[in-house]
Structure formats: structure tokens, C-alpha cells
Design a protein around this ligand. Structure first.
Ligand code: GLA
Length: 349
């Protein structure tokens, strides 16, 4: 990373930090309902290096692009907003944010539902805080990162991605309570082998479908007289008169229960139980929450036909990736899946 910084800016960097992408094993579209999720950090990371400068400038190795940005000014409408937004939140919170030049290098694929944005936000905050010698907890970093994405980038994401990136530990799942912003690490037992496959179609968060889902679940909670759908149960949501809202609420309520059951199954090394919950989660996301696509559905089905114990879309949906659970490494699995899904690609882990 310092080599890239040296090459781009002709001097050495002063602070460096990294943060991982994540795969969500189960528990999607529950975070903004103050519910539960079970993400796991990936061995794919974003690295940031920076040094004080006379203005804010960021270079991305993957984009092959260098941009000026200004966390004290309005968004620029390009990828640098994901760097400027979290820094703008640091400013708002009263931290020192000196102008810096930065380089970014990432192995987290973007637009895949694997939290490339959160990894960039968290790594940026860590690098800036390391430069200025200011100490902040992982949970606070996650909230600053999320606020940056909400307020500066206009994406009304929940806290899942940023908490997973900031608090996750390699080889362990993280049972996240999005109401209390606390997490419990759950080791992944030997024999649980997760594969991630991109369906070949990019995921689009900003196209409004995500924000619309979120707004509908908030409205459902308001109509039910609860703080968030986390507080509702199946009998309570039955009173919702709007059919679409009822289906969305049904997904959230049942998904929260599945996450807790899945964490128990993981602790008990119950691979069949965990796989069944993944399958139920996909059905709920597709039929009730309506965030799957034909390509994701086909891929999930092929993954199971080829021997996966469970498979589901992961992240927001609308394209991007699926996660599949295999009982150990199976060399033929991917070649069997690839035959029926020519546009799909296996995420290298
Ligand atoms: C995106 C958002 C998260 C979460 C997931 C769906 O990744 O950034 O906050 O809502 O979608 O679970």
C-alpha cells in the first residue's frame, strides 16, 4: 500500500488501516427494523494509506482515478463521497480532520452486496483516527460510517455492513443485535464451508427500491404502534390491512426468528438445520420481501442441485451475490453450478 502511495503522491504515507468486506449468512433487511443479522467478515479487504496534505485528494487503485474531495463541503456525486461522508461525520462529532492525500486498494468486489462501501468507510475512519491519534470504539466507528453513507451519499442503509466490517473477526460469524449495536462472535464449525457466487448482474442500492423497502417497514411499525418491526410478532402483523406491507413485515418478523435459530444451529454444528434456515430465508426474501431476481433464484436452485445444504441471496438483493453452504470443500460443486449460470462467477476467497 505504501508503494502505491509513493507512486501516486511521490512520498511515503503516514497512517494506514484496513477493513474487510462481509458476507451475510442470514438476516437480510432486518437491520433497519432493529433486528438480528449473522454476517461473517471476508478475507477480502480494503486498505487505505494517507498523509497530511494541503487539500483532500484520494486515489483508487481499482478505479485508476484520483479525485479531489471536501468533507467540509457538499457531496460531489462520485465514489469519493464514500470517503468524504464518514470524515464529514467525524467533523460533525468534533474530531480533528486535517486535509490528507489518500490511496485506496481493495479486493472487495464493488456492487456485489459484499459491503465494499462499508469496508472503504471503516478503513478511511480508522486511518484518519490513527493519523490524528484519536481513539474510538469499533461500534462508534460503525455508526460514524453508517451516518456518512446515510447523510452524505443518500443511501438509507442500516448498520449491518459497517458493524460487520468494524467488529467482525476472521473465521467467526457475528450475531448482531441491531437495536443495541452489540455483537456476539460465533465460531464457524469445521465442515461448514461457505461459497459466494455473483449472479453476474450488478446490485443497485441507489435506485430507490432499497429505500422504499425501508420506508415501508418503518410505516408498518408505525401503524402497528411499535418502535420497530423487531417488536412485532406474526399475530400482531396480521392486522396490517395493506397486503404489500403485510408481506414485508412477515419477512422481517420471520427472518429475525430464523437468525436466532441459525446462530443456535451454528453453535450446535447442525449443518442441516442451518442450511434449511438459509433456504427458508431465500424463499422469504424472494416471495415476501420481493428483492430477488430470476438470475439469483436460478443460481440458488443450481447451488442446491449441485449439493449445497442451503443457499440464499445475500445482502440487499436486486442482483449481486448468493451464499451457499457446503458440507466441506467440494471440488466439482462450482463446475456443476457454472454450467447452468453462464454469467455467474465464484468470488475468490
Ligand atoms: C445492504 C444495507 C444493509 C442491509 C442489507 C440487507 O447491504 O447496506 O444495511 O440492510 O442491505 O440486509
Amino acid at each position: 500500500m505504501s508503494d502505491a502511495f509513493m507512486r501516486v503522491f511521490g512520498r511515503g504515507s503516514v497512517a494506514r488501516a484496513s477493513a474487510p468486506g462481509r458476507v451475510n449468512l442470514i438476516g437480510d433487511h432486518t437491520d433497519y427494523a432493529e433486528g438480528f443479522c449473522l454476517p461473517m467478515p471476508l478475507p477480502l479487504e480494503t486498505h487505505v494509506a494517507l498523509a497530511p496534505a494541503d487539500g483532500f485528494r484520494v486515489h483508487s487503485e481499482e478505479m485508476e482515478d484520483t479525485l479531489d474531495f471536501d468533507p467540509f463541503g457538499p457531496p460531489r456525486g462520485n465514489w469519493s463521497d464514500y470517503v468524504a461522508g464518514p470524515l464529514a461525520e467525524l467533523v460533525k462529532a468534533g474530531f480533528t480532520v486535517p486535509p490528507v492525500e489518500m490511496t485506496v486498494r481493495s479486493s472487495v468486489p464493488s456492487g456485489a452486496g459484499l459491503s465494499s462501501s462499508a469496508a472503504l468507510e471503516v478503513a478511511t475512519l480508522r486511518a484518519m483516527l490513527s493519523l490524528t491519534g484519536q481513539a474510538v470504539s469499533d461500534s462508534r466507528i460503525a455508526h460514524l460510517a453508517q451516518a456518512g453513507e446515510n447523510n452524505y451519499c443518500g443511501v438509507q442503509c442500516g448498520i449491518l455492513d459497517q458493524m460487520a466490517s468494524a467488529m467482525g473477526r476472521s473465521g467467526q460469524a457475528l450475531l448482531l443485535d441491531c437495536r443495541t449495536s452489540t455483537g456476539q462472535l460465533v465460531p464457524v464449525p469445521p465442515g461448514f464451508h461457505f461459497e459466494i457466487v455473483h449472479c453476474g448482474e450488478p446490485r443497485r442500492l441507489a435506485d430507490g427500491a432499497y429505500n422504499a423497502r425501508r420506508a415501508a417497514t418503518v410505516e408498518a411499525a408505525r401503524r402497528l404502534g411499535v418502535t420497530a418491526l423487531r417488536d412485532a410478532d406474526a399475530s400482531r402483523i396480521a392486522s396490517l390491512s395493506d397486503d404489500t406491507m403485510l408481506k414485508y413485515a412477515c419477512h422481517v418478523v420471520t427472518e429475525n426468528a430464523r437468525v436466532l435459530a441459525a446462530a443456535t444451529a451454528l453453535q450446535a454444528a447442525d449443518i442441516t438445520g442451518f442450511g434449511r434456515l438459509m433456504n427458508e430465508s431465500h424463499a422469504s426474501l424472494a416471495q415476501d420481501f420481493e428483492v430477488s431476481t430470476p438470475a439469483l433464484d436460478r443460481l440458488v436452485e443450481s447451488a442446491r442441485d449441485a449439493g449445497a445444504v442451503g443457499a440464499r441471496l445475500t445482502g440487499a438483493g436486486f442482483g449481486g451475490c448468493i451464499v451457499a453452504l457446503l458440507a466441506g470443500d467440494s471440488p466439482e460443486w462450482w463446475s456443476r453450478v457454472a454450467v447452468d449460470n453462464p454469467g455467474a462467477w465464484r468470488v475468490p476467497l
